[in-house]
Design a binder for this molecule. Sequence first.
Ligand SMILES: NC(=O)c1ccc[n+]([C@@H]2O[C@H](COP(=O)([O-])OP(=O)(O)OC[C@H]3O[C@@H](n4cnc5c(N)ncnc54)[C@H](OP(=O)(O)O)[C@@H]3O)[C@@H](O)[C@H]2O)c1
Length: 338
Amino acid sequence: MKAIALTRYLPISDPESLQDVELPKPVAAGHDVLVRVEAVSVNPVDTKIRSPKPQVEAQPKVLGYDAAGVVEAVGENVTLFKPGDEVYYAGDVTRSGSDAQFQPVDERLIGRKPTTLDFAQAAALPLTAITAWELLFERMPFSIDAEHNDKTLLIIGGAGGVGSIAIQLARRAGFTVIATASRKESIDWCLSLGAQHVIDHRQPLAPQLAALGHAQVDAALNLADTDRYWGTLGEILAPQGHVGLIVEPSGPLKIGDPYKAKCIGIHWEMMFARARFRTPDMIEQHRILTRLASLIDAGELRTTHTETIGAINAANLRETHRRLESGTTIGKLVLAGW
Ligand SMILES: NC(=O)c1ccc[n+]([C@@H]2O[C@H](COP(=O)([O-])OP(=O)(O)OC[C@H]3O[C@@H](n4cnc5c(N)ncnc54)[C@H](OP(=O)(O)O)[C@@H]3O)[C@@H](O)[C@H]2O)c1
């Protein structure tokens, strides 16, 4: 089968950083389904894993943790899917990735693809949607089905992959959403997704919030830079508020006052934790993707796909990594077809 892989960890400008390769077609066993991959998306986890270092892989390493495709075969323990089903998933960062024509994936991490989306539109969603969903509705004390109409949520990094679906989920749950974005295109995108207000993360946040009449917010998602906004968030979060984090800090975080004085809940999300540690509840990701698909098919949420770069090959994947490394992408970039 065709795949895109690395053996060395090189700058993305190097044509050998990601290369077209031929690999044996995998088989499905146990709880795995074998998916024929039709479209993939790229996330910062891909570029972080691929980042330059002296390490060399003995075997080609396939990245890619967002895909949509068709079930080709099922393992002997599979009960949720059958050949021919159209699916979408993020998968498991500890296994070979989705930048390949065929990929074995544990059925408990897979959802039925929304019927109203094509493969490219569906591939944009799984990793970022699971992240935003688990953070808001499983780590933080909120619910997609509750009416949080009296609550204000600040989303730092609103136009990125995670922010683009977090804005929509938070609006669905009734929050007043204040997103951050720094450019006209990213501001317009956040507003189009439903954010009621957008402030600029290149400027101090507190005065902008005060000018909106929200000097304090009930909750915040820091989806961009944990260190940079930590001090500010301690100031602007209301007593008994909650902060959600998804980015590794560069060093220790000061979790004492004002966080302690205000009794602020600090919540970490790591969307690969369930797959990596094979937690007994890993089927929750199947349930999240299933519910997400029904909300999309009902017209309550929309895809965050913004651009299909081209077919799935090394040249297009390098271009997508390059664009993502710029830190300025809006929504999700996708590759589709082989
Ligand atoms: N823990 C987990 O489970 C998990 C899951 C997914 C992602 N992540 C991590 O979360 C981060 C965001 O992921 P993503 O997919 O949303 O990234 P992304 O799509 O690459 O985010 C791009 C956006 O980030 C915004 N941005 C750039 N610098 C910023 C800053 N200093 N402050 C606020 N926003 C800034 C840009 O907005 P403007 O152009 O408007 O400036 C741009 O639209 C990454 O570090 C990723 O590795 C963690």
